[in-house]
Design a protein around this ligand. Structure first.
Ligand code: ACO
Length: 428
């Protein structure tokens, strides 16, 4: 097979090299196309454009495969821990027992945030969405660690920022919730594991002892693993593109949190529960909402359905669906919204509209149900996603910097006016 494709244009022939990945997926390298032919490519929403070569995460949307650094998501979700998966994503290999111990110890040593962060937090109105607060607080870390502004410093200094982010994000996330509730913040407790520490900072009150439920902590850990990376999605691409201007890692991750917030991306988990609640309040007529989702004159979409790359099933949704059943059973929670979700899934999966378009439940369809069972409030769902996605963002940023990638700067096809004469305001 040829390792080049040919483009015939205007009587000329241009050779486009074929790049092949380790899983045999192929790409046309068009990086010299404009210089040679004057043509650019147009691909709105980058639906068919590779922005980079990456060795972090592989996914095959047709076959429903997801792997981090070559390890299947099913195996990692079953056997690993979130901290271990974070190490794998960021440094490329599973840690030895010794490496994991010291990685965990380093993270634990940095969980506290500077006391002045509390004054920033106090400035937010109580109705602030925790995602906005989290993005701002992460960006504010540049003020406390000014050295981090230069991402070209030594690898060990950059690593300090990586550790601080992993350590402090759960603290900042829990504090953004405490701010919303107008409750006193809870300081981290370093004898606890990553998820238990977060749960305590979220839910402990000064009035009583907080008991960590190991079932809840374990379920949360699994959810974080499932969210840890997803190659060049909207927020990861944002992190890479912001970082490509040599902005700091804190700033890049803050931008990633903002990108994740939207309901077409991470915000879908909040939108799913709100949609299911609406259906329930409206009498539970699932068919009505499926019809609305199919009606092109109605902007309503079934939240938690459809994915840019998964067109058969989302492997994370399969794991989460089972985990949701297990967690609800173990915690003895009977959530009517789960029945609505199951009916909705059944109807949609058998409906020609959804089948023809390859619309299947995505990771967010069931994650909200587990978060609810774990006692996480709805507007914190996307924050949970952000905690999970952090190691992926870091790994993507680090890879982009280590490969010395150029600044991200797409081109466009201009469709505006060509040239107009300026008219003074009194003559318009
Ligand atoms: N409900 C109803 N119809 C849908 C849905 C949906 N949830 N999703 C896509 N469609 C339809 C579109 O109307 C379109 O139909 P058409 O071909 O007749 O015009 C077709 O399916 C393709 O949809 P696009 O929007 O072109 O697909 P795209 O890949 O751009 O969008 C997306 C993917 C954003 C995830 C979309 O499916 C969606 O909006 N889903 C709901 C939001 C959601 O769950 N987001 C979470 C994604 S997972 C994550 O980010 C972690």
């Amino acid at each position: 097979m040829s390792d080049k494709a040919e483009l015939h244009y205007n009587g000329n022939v241009y050779q486009l090299p074929i790049i092949e990945g380790t899983q045999n997926e192929k790409a046309l390298d068009i990086s010299r196309l404009r210089g040679e032919s004057g043509l650019i490519t147009l691909d709105k929403g980058f639906k068919n454009t590779g922005s980079t070569e990456s060795a972090i995460t592989f996914l095959n949307g047709e076959e429903g495969i997801l792997k981090y650094r070559g390890y299947s998501i099913e195996e990692l979700a079953d056997k690993s821990s979130f901290v271990e998966v974070s190490y794998l994503l960021i440094y490329g290999e599973l840690p030895t027992a010794e490496q994991l111990k010291s990685f965990q110890a380093e993270i634990t040593n940095h969980t506290l945030v500077h006391e002045d962060v509390k004054s920033i937090l106090d400035g937010f109105p109580s109705k602030s969405h925790p995602m906005g607060v989290l993005s701002s607080l992460v960006s504010s870390l540049t003020a406390f660690y000014p050295m981090s502004l230069d991402p070209n410093r030594s690898a060990s200094e950059v690593n300090g920022t990586i550790i601080r982010l992993l350590a402090k994000l759960p603290t900042l996330a829990a504090w953004s919730y405490k701010n919303r509730m107008r409750q006193p913040v809870v300081y981290p407790k370093n004898s606890l594991d990553y998820c238990s520490n977060f749960l305590r900072m979220m839910f402990a009150l000064p009035t009583e002892e907080y008991q960590i439920n190991p079932v809840v902590a374990k379920a949360l850990d699994k959810l974080l693993i499932l969210h840890a990376d997803h190659e060049q999605n909207c927020s990861a691409s944002t992190v890479r593109i912001v970082g490509s201007s040599h902005a700091s890692l804190y700033t890049s991750v803050s931008a990633g949190i903002a990108a994740l917030w939207g309901p077409l991306h991470g915000g879908a988990n909040q939108a799913v529960i709100e949609m299911l609640e609406n259906i329930r309040r409206d009498g539970g007529d699932v068919e009505k909402y499926v019809s609305r989702a199919k009606d092109k004159s109605d902007s309503f979409r079934l939240m938690g359905f459809g994915h840019r790359v998964y067109k058969n099933f989302d492997p994370r949704a399969t794991i989460i669906k089972k985990a949701a059943d297990d967690v609800l059973k173990e915690l003895g929670v009977d959530d009517p919204v789960l029945d609505i979700a199951k009916t909705l899934e059944e109807i949609a999966l058998n409906d020609e509209y959804f089948v023809a378009r390859g619309l299947y439940p995505n990771v967010d369809f069931y994650s909200g149900i587990i978060y609810r069972a774990l006692g996480i409030p709805t507007d914190m769902f996307t924050v949970m996603f952000a905690i999970g996605r952090l190691p992926g963002w870091i790994a993507q940023w680090k890879e982009m910097r280590e490969n010395n990638e150029p600044i991200g700067r797409p081109r466009q096809v201009y469709t505006g006016y060509t040239s107009r004469d300026y008219v003074t305001i009194d003559k318009r």
